[in-house]
Design a protein around this ligand. Structure first.
Ligand SMILES: *[C@@H]1O[C@H](CO)[C@@H](O)[C@H](O)[C@H]1NC(C)=O
Ligand SMILES: *[C@@H]1O[C@H](CO)[C@@H](O)[C@H](O)[C@H]1NC(C)=O
Length: 196
């Protein structure tokens, strides 16, 4: 029996010599979808591919969105909003002086810049009225500025999924309308009613 240097080293140290590592000759595609060919990740999905929201995953998205209004965090926004996120609201357009009918925040970055610089508000979800496969409708009430009036609103959003797991849900398209006149008065606006 011959003794190789590695065998003697292993015998002395009790260590097993490492398997030689070879450079792969194939270039694997970079993919984020675990069901795509070539996907490799330390986090492997368990269970079947998720294609529909549940009450729980819908609530997680609503809570995340609410947190951006009550206590904005840019990293939370980065994780919560899909890369093609848009937010459309004539209530906000009117308050902000944006063109009526336009997409209020046409990109994720626009939302991060716009919402990130807003004063904090109190935000209470009154009811989650509908959760379908990818769409959610909920109603809310907010305490804004001088809180002369509680502001009620209705949001509806479309969610998309990054990687087919319950953790992969993001907000893709948000629609929001609310009592913008009450908001305007709460933040010190003044109104001259039309003369009769
Ligand atoms: C917020 O995050 C985005 C990326 O998601 C980045 O472009 C932007 O600079 C960040 N803003 C601040 C104020 O950190
Ligand atoms: C799916 O995406 C979420 C959010 O980025 C991440 O937390 C989770 O680990 C991902 N799951 C897999 C299996 O890649």
């Amino acid at each position: 029996m011959k003794f190789s240097a590695i065998a003697v080293f292993s015998a002395i140290t009790g260590m097993v010599a490492a398997t030689p590592q070879y450079r792969p000759t194939t270039t694997y595609p970079t993919v984020s979808n675990p069901w795509a060919p070539g996907y490799s990740s330390p986090v492997q999905p368990t269970g079947p591919k998720v294609t529909c929201l549940t009450t729980d995953t819908a609530n997680t998205l609503i809570k995340g969105f609410a947190s951006l209004l009550t206590n904005y965090n840019n990293a939370t926004a980065g994780a919560l909003l899909a890369s093609d996120f848009t937010d459309t609201s004539d209530s906000i357009n009117q308050l902000a002086g944006y063109p009526i009918g336009s997409t209020t925040f046409p990109s994720k970055q626009a939302f991060q810049l716009g919402q990130g610089s807003q004063p904090k508000i109190d935000f209470t979800v009154l009811s989650v009225d509908e959760v379908t496969c990818t769409n959610v409708a909920f109603r809310w009430s907010a305490g804004v500025g001088k809180k002369l009036f509680p502001i009620k609103g209705i949001n509806s959003f479309v969610a998309s999924n990054l990687n087919g797991t319950d953790q992969g849900w993001q907000l893709k398209t948000m629609y929001s309308e609310f009592n913008s006149l009450g908001w305007f008065l709460n933040v010190g606006g003044q109104i001259i009613p039309p003369s009769s």
